[in-house]
Design a protein around this ligand. Structure first.
Ligand code: M6R
Length: 653
């Protein structure tokens, strides 16, 4: 996952920047680079593919000395990992360099426009578009004002980005900006020196006084301080927050709980999930670690998805994707059921586990069972190096980053996105999706992080969910309804509410309402409907009417510009418009925030809900393999230990 570290002060920048990048290594990356303005006023750039040690060796061989610099670890989106694609990227005259986290959705158009202006591209990246665009504005229209040029360039970018700009003409300053939710920008205050980082641990050694950029904000950082503006150039005031030295607590940064942080970083985790899997130029999806040969893909006759809890609901969405995009029959089962029902498993089947922790005992046992029957096994897994990744024939890492809150949020949206990528990949390899259709689907997919960012910003700004929690926190029961591809989202929304706020909630397919649950509806049982504008929208509307006719209260996950729903439902939880297939990835986010705010209002322990563990490494009622202790009693303690152990093993926290 991309990382950014910047420094301006009196010390040598390179060692500080490299140390910061080291702190972010555990997030994963494939290349690294650094730019420093040297004592002669020249911008020196060093970049290397592979591990940071390669960059360190390159710098040792050809040192760079200067008191201002910026570094980057890259996780490829556009173009393969290589020195030429590593950041920073430079303008043609070497005047400017830029590092970026995020995706420029309209980079093809901008690249063509810049090429027509005479810019020659040295890399395959979308980031290079940004540096040329700033350069273009600097020399055409901004009257040579770098800040204005950066703002003009940002106004043309679509999609989420966090950037840092360094200019030879302004050797005393770093300009940083954030557009959407591709990751944070933190400004750290030192004494006569200042820092920039995408993630707090990168600069925690030097400062614990931090300020955080919101979307569409910019900062001009010099050794003496920082000036914050919005993207119109209007000054803004920012609170400086004192952060705990404890690295674990510091990870939380500006958020109250890990779960809140994990919900609000979904713009970034979705960007990271798409990274390196999409070749935008060729409209091709690559999933090399899946390990299936083209022949195996063609010969697949069935996919069986196995998982537990939230991951199971991701699997239910995945069924839609794989069947729709790759035309393969899919069965989804709870791992805890699958292993005991003597399932039919054949060598032409792919048994696909979904697991955030990669350590869930039922899921692992299912994989073992499937392997014994000769199926190809694979896992969509978040924790790097976990058992699920090791015991399977192939895997797809979620790239959601560490998820500390017991209730899963960003791992859910990452796993659904991976299932979408898998559907595209299988469809492409089986010849079901032609290049035209793939181009359209990939383009749509690349807009997802930006849309999630928009939704999250609105939620943060509006205070809507705190108000809803104030209104509903005393209720004892909720019904969640969804239909089609959003039925699993209703179930996941209900699970979130249950597990962290301890309110009873049921997730139901909306069409089943009349077969029983409708009897429950009255003023004391609110109904949450997941109703974006899709092929079953009218049916969802009629559910809303039925609930209202029985004095029920309706909260609708719907589009902000849907006047009909606005009039019929009591409360709208807004989601941006996207395609029907991608809608669930956005629709779940308001339900996560709602559950979170309800839990906070009820004073619950959000990150460590009672009776739950992050990794369920014992079977309920069974015995733990390592200790021989009884599972029911030991799950929480064991889970706590596993969470810490898993976190340190997988992410170095
Ligand atoms: O690590 P896994 O994805 O295999 O875990 C499966 C479930 O235990 C997990 O999703 C659980 O339901 C979460 N607490 C949901 O928030």
């Amino acid at each position: 996952m991309c990382g950014i570290v910047g420094y301006v002060g009196t010390q040598d920048a390179a060692p500080i920047v490299l140390h910061g990048l080291r702190q972010l290594e555990y997030r994963g990356y494939d290349s690294a680079g650094l730019a420093v303005i040297d004592r002669a006023g020249q911008v020196q750039v060093r970049r290397e593919a592979g591990k940071l040690i390669n960059l360190e060796q390159a710098i040792a061989a050809e040192p760079v000395y200067g008191a201002i610099g910026v570094g980057h670890t890259r996780w490829a989106t556009h173009g393969p990992p290589s020195r030429r694609n590593a950041h920073p990227h430079s303008s043609p005259d070497g005047e400017l360099v830029v590092v970026q986290n995020g995706i420029v959705e309209n980079f093809m158009e901008l690249r063509r426009m810049l090429q027509a202006e005479g810019y020659v591209f040295q890399s395959d990246t979308d980031t290079e578009v940004i540096v040329h665009l700033i350069h273009h504005h600097l020399h055409n229209g901004s009257a040579g004002d770098l800040e204005v040029a950066v703002r003009e360039a940002l106004a043309e970018l679509q999609g989420p980005s966090a950037i840092v700009v360094l200019s030879r003409r302004h050797p005393d300053r770093l300009i940083t900006a954030r557009l959407g939710n591709a990751g944070g920008v933190t400004v750290g205050y030192g004494d006569g020196e200042m820092y920039i980082a995408s993630d707090i641990p990168a600069i925690l050694r030097h400062t614990r006084r931090l300020a955080f950029l919101e979307s569409r904000q910019m900062a001009v950082v010099t050794a003496d301080g920082v000036r914050f503006t919005d993207l119109k150039g209007e000054p803004i005031w920012k609170e400086v927050v004192a952060i705990d030295w404890n690295p674990m607590a510091a990870e939380k940064g500006e958020y109250r709980h890990f779960m809140q942080k994990e919900i609000f970083e979904q713009g970034r985790s979705l960007t990271d999930t798409l990274r390196s899997r999409l070749d935008f130029a060729e409209s091709v999806v690559t999933l090399p670690s899946l390990g299936l040969t083209p022949q195996q893909v063609r010969e697949l006759t069935k996919v069986t998805i196995v998982a537990c809890g939230t991951s199971y609901y991701a699997g239910l969405v995945g069924k839609y994707y794989l069947e729709r995009l790759a035309r393969i029959p899919v069965e989804v089962d709870y791992a805890s059921e699958f292993r005991y029902r003597q399932p039919i498993v054949e060598s032409t089947h792919l048994v696909l586990a979904i697991t955030q922790s990669g350590e869930t005992v039922d899921t692992l046992a299912t994989l073992e069972e499937a392997r014994a029957h000769g199926a190809y096994t694979a896992a969509i897994v978040n924790a790097i190096g976990s058992q699920a990744a090791r015991v399977t024939d192939g895997h797809i890492y979620m790239q959601a980053g560490p998820e500390i809150g017991v209730a899963s949020s960003k791992a859910f949206t990452a796993s659904i996105t991976d299932l979408y990528l898998l559907g595209l990949y299988l469809g492409q390899e089986r010849g079901v999706l032609d290049v035209e259709l793939r181009t359209a689907l990939i383009r749509e997919l690349s807009s997802l992080p930006g849309l999630a960012g928009e939704l999250l910003e609105e939620a943060w700004r509006s205070g809507r969910y705190r108000q809803l929690a104030e209104r509903f926190y005393t209720y004892h029961n909720f019904l969640y309804l969804g239909r089609g591809i959003n039925y699993p989202i209703a179930r996941e929304g209900a699970l979130k509410l249950k597990e962290i706020s301890y309110i009873h909630a049921e997730g139901y397919p909306a069409g089943e309402m009349k077969h029983g649950p409708i009897a429950l509806i009255d003023a004391s049982m609110p109904t949450v409907v997941v109703a974006p504008h899709d092929s079953v929208y009218d049916k969802m509307l009629s559910q809303v009417e039925q609930v209202k006719a029985r004095n029920g209260v309706v909260l609708a996950v719907a589009h902000a510009d849907d006047p009909v729903m606005a009039q019929k439902a009591d409360f709208v939880l807004p989601v941006p418009r996207t395609s029907e297939l991608l809608a669930p990835i956005l629709a779940v986010i308001p339900l996560q925030i709602f559950a979170y705010e309800m839990a906070v209002r009820r004073g619950a322990d959000v990150d460590q809900p009672r009776n739950l563990a992050k990794s369920v490494t014992v079977e309920k009622g069974g015995r733990d393999k390592e200790t021989g202790r009884q599972g029911d009693r030991e799950t929480r303690r064991q889970g706590d230990r596993e969470t810490k152990r898993g976190a340190s093993r997988s992410y170095g926290l």
